[in-house]
Design a binder for this molecule. Structure first.
Ligand code: GTP
Ligand code: MG
Length: 203
């Protein structure tokens, strides 16, 4: 997809605050600090559209980004950040799960994991839950620039095994710093959104 004029649309904590459109949406989920906001900026070729935090846990609401009224990117709150209260953690999880559960136009869930680390118990739970929704999804291994080339295959294997992924689910490596993986990821996004558009035309 050719991105012309992406813009921040709105921030929501409750479903009645979500944008009242039927435009397809792609959601980004993952642990706090994994690079969700960064990947959105990188894909949209904008420096500061999505707020990137030095302090983990910065994104506490759901942020919607409008790409030329044809696609929305949805930045969900990160989970698994230790330095917040249990109550706060619960409410963040609820925000994300509610969105993922009820949003009809959600076409693709992109789950991010840090390529350096074995997916955590939280990641496993989230992935298992994503699988039960039946919504198309893929996994992105972020911060590829932080590992040596020779380590990548091993890291990917561990991610796939730990999340118990089936072979048909794609894992894409990505670096916002080095700007790698952009075309591959856009290709995967286009596939889901385009298929959707074709369905509309055929209807
Ligand atoms: N080296 C490297 N650092 C990255 C990359 N992507 C993100 N970061 C850094 O990781 C930190 C967290 O990035 P964010 O994009 O804010 O992460 P997030 O998942 O949105 O975090 P929350 O909003 O807290 O859930 C920032 O310091 C980024 O600069 C990457 O590809 N490579
Ligand atoms: Mg963020």
């Amino acid at each position: 997809m050719k991105v012309k004029n992406p813009k921040y649309e709105l921030t929501a904590v409750k479903p009645d605050q979500y944008p009242s459109t039927t435009v397809p949406e792609v959601a980004f989920v993952g642990r706090s600090n994994v690079g969700k906001s960064s990947i959105i900026n990188t894909l949209l070729n904008r420096k500061n559209l999505a707020r990137v935090g030095q302090t983990p846990g910065k994104t506490r609401q759901i942020n919607f980004y409008n790409i030329d009224d044809t696609l929305f990117f949805v930045d969900l709150p990160g989970y698994g950040y230790a330095k917040v209260s249990k109550e706060e953690r619960k409410s963040w999880g609820k925000l994300a799960e509610t969105y993922l559960h009820i949003r009809d136009q959600l076409r693709l869930i992109i789950m991010l994991v840090d390529i350096r680390h074995k997916p955590t118990a939280d990641d496993r739970l989230m992935y298992e839950w994503i699988c039960t929704t039946g919504i198309p999804h893929l996994v992105v291994a972020t911060k590829e620039d932080k590992v040596k080339r020779s380590q990548i295959a091993g890291r990917m294997k561990e991610i796939k095994e730990t999340l118990e992924m089936t072979d048909e689910v794609k894992v894409i490596t990505f670096s916002s710093l080095k700007r790698t993986g952009i075309d591959k990821l856009w290709g995967a996004i286009d596939l889901h959104v385009l298929e959707d558009n074709i369905e509309h035309i055929e209807e």
